[in-house]
Design a protein around this ligand. Structure first.
Ligand code: GDP
Ligand code: MG
Length: 186
């Protein structure tokens, strides 16, 4: 039984629904609610995510920033590294999708030695009638970046645990690959 911890940064343009997702994530772990406000504008939500078919779990520390200084705050904070990034855009807002390239670059620049797992989230599926970014377009870009893709509606609380389960599984996989590598060299 392995218990891992991963720091996950929520990134994306303003108003795409990052905070809404973070709050849904928290409410799903009502038996284990923890919520810290670190510095002004940075909230941390903690949620243990069990890994299917194992007795392992990954405790996700989800960092949500209201300001634009999110990556600056990451550097300033005492947290060593972000192991995961949750990129969020709004499916009715193409600009917010295009910005994901920039957000991912910044997250990668802060993550030491390429040890970063990520997921792309297309939020606001309840507004599908106003969709401007096609599912396959987003999925193809995500795949080209090594990210999984999910669509959610934080408003309707639809599919909101999928991105966090995906991140926890990816982080767990990375941990297993690393420990296999270490075993192979000793
Ligand atoms: P943030 O700036 O990325 O943290 O975005 P917020 O979580 O503050 O959300 C911005 C606005 O979008 C708010 O008015 C939310 O109520 C709304 N919103 C968030 N998620 C959804 C969603 O899934 N569907 C709809 N229709 N609105 C949403
Ligand atoms: Mg916010």
């Amino acid at each position: 039984m392995v218990k891992l911890r991963a720091k996950c940064v929520l990134a994306g343009d303003p108003t795409v629904g990052k905070s809404a997702l973070a709050h849904v994530f928290r409410s799903e772990s009502a038996h284990f609610p923890k919520n810290y406000t670190l510095t002004t504008g940075v909230e941390v939500f903690v949620n243990p995510v069990p890994i299917p078919d194992t007795s392992d779990s990954v405790e996700l520390f989800l960092f949500d920033s209201s300001g634009k200084e999110i990556f600056y705050d990451m550097v300033e904070s005492q947290w060593e590294l972000a192991g995961a990034v949750c990129l969020v855009y709004d499916i009715t807002n193409e600009t917010s999708f295009n910005s994901c390239t920039k957000w991912l670059e910044r997250a990668r620049a802060q993550a030491p030695s390429n040890q970063l797992v990520g997921v792309l989230v297309g939020n606001k599926t309840d507004l599908a009638c106003r969709r401007t970014v096609e599912y396959t377009q987003a999925q193809e870009w995500a795949a080209s970046q090594g990210l999984e893709y999910c669509e959610t509606s934080a408003k309707e609380m639809e599919n909101c645990d999928a991105p966090f389960q995906s991140l926890a599984r990816a982080f767990h996989r990375m941990y297993q690959e690393k420990s296999e590598h270490i075993q192979s060299i000793v």
